[in-house]
Ligand binder design. Structure first.
Ligand SMILES: [Zn+2]
Length: 261
C-alpha cells in the first residue's frame, strides 16, 4: 500500500486506467467535477497554485470590493489574464470528457470551477459552471447581459467595457465576496445526486461550497480522483491517479471506445 487508501493503489498506471475505463463503461450516469488542473494543460494558470496569477497579482485582485473600488485599475490588471483565457483551446482532457458523452450515449454531467468555457468548447452539453463564465458580462447598473463579442476588444486592451446605459460591465464570474450562481450550483447538486460514478479531476477541492459537493453523491457511487498532487479526498476514493490528466483520461476513454466498437 502506498498509503492513500485506494482499493487499486498496488496496480500500475496501465492497470488502473483499465479499471477506470471499466467503471466509466458500466456506470449508467457519470459526473465529473473539474478544477484548474484541467485547464493548466491548455496554458491557463491555476489561480491558486504558487506559479499562478496570485503570485504576480494581489490575492484580493478578484475580490468584488477591489473591482467596484476602481474599474480602470481592475481592467488594466485583468487584460493579460483575459487574453490567455480567451485564446485558450480545449486540451485532450476536455476532449476526452466530451467524447465520453458521444461515444457512450449516456448522460455525462460536468460540474466545473473553471470560468474558461473550455468544456463547452470541447463539446460537453451538460456543463454547470459553478464559478460563472468569462463568455458573458453584465452591467453593474441595469443588469443587462452581453455576449463576448460585445466586450472582447475592450477587455483585451484593458479598457473598461460599458453598457449602453453607461454602467461598467462585470465579467459573469464569481468574485471573492460574492455568492455562487444559484442555478449552476443547483445543477451541480443534481448532477451529484444522479451520478453512478464521480470523477474529480484537477482540483484539490479546498474551497467551499464546491468542496462539499462529493458528499452529495450516493454513498454507493464509486469516486475517482485524478490530480497531480495528493488531495484530502484521496482516502475516500476507490481509485486515485497522481498523474497528468492528459496521461489518464484520453487513454481510459479510448479503451472504452475500443471495447464498444
Ligand atoms: Zn446598463
Amino acid at each position: 500500500m502506498t498509503g492513500y487508501g485506494s482499493d487499486f493503489d498496488d496496480l500500475d498506471l496501465d492497470a488502473r486506467i483499465d479499471v477506470l475505463a471499466e467503471k466509466l463503461a458500466n456506470a449508467k450516469q457519470i459526473a465529473f467535477l473539474t478544477g484548474a488542473g484541467v485547464s493548466t494543460e491548455s496554458g491557463i494558470p491555476d489561480f491558486r497554485s504558487t506559479t499562478g496569477i496570485y503570485s504576480t497579482t494581489s490575492e484580493n485582485f478578484f475580490s468584488i470590493d477591489y473591482f467596484h473600488a476602481n474599474y480602470e485599475d481592475f481592467y488594466r490588471g485583468f487584460a493579460p489574464f483575459y487574453r490567455i483565457v480567451s485564446d485558450a483551446k480545449p486540451n485532450s482532457g476536455h476532449l476526452a470528457i466530451a467524447e465520453l458523452e458521444t461515444r457512450l450515449g449516456k448522460p455525462v454531467d460536468v460540474v466545473t470551477q473553471n470560468i474558461d468555457g473550455l468544456h463547452s468548447a470541447a463539446g460537453s452539453t451538460q456543463v454547470a459552471e459553478i464559478h460563472g463564465t468569462l463568455r458573458t458580462a453584465s452591467c453593474v447598473v441595469c443588469g443587462k447581459r452581453y455576449p463576448r463579442e460585445y466586450f472582447d476588444a475592450d477587455m483585451r486592451s484593458g479598457a473598461v467595457p460599458r453598457c449602453a446605459c453607461g454602467g461598467a460591465l462585470k465579467p459573469d464570474v464569481t468574485f471573492f465576496g460574492e455568492l455562487l450562481p444559484e442555478r449552476a450550483f443547483a445543477a451541480a447538486q443534481r448532477a451529484m445526486w444522479n451520478a453512478k460514478i464521480l470523477v474529480v479531476v484537477g482540483t484539490s477541492l479546498q474551497v467551499y461550497p464546491a468542496a462539499g459537493l462529493p458528499r452529495e453523491c450516493d454513498a454507493g457511487a464509486p469516486f475517482v480522483v485524478i490530480n497531480k498532487t495528493p488531495t484530502q479526498l484521496d482516502s475516500q476514493a476507490s481509485l486515485v491517479f497522481h498523474e497528468a490528466i492528459g496521461d489518464v483520461l484520453p487513454k481510459a476513454v479510448a479503451r472504452i471506445s475500443n471495447t464498444t466498437a
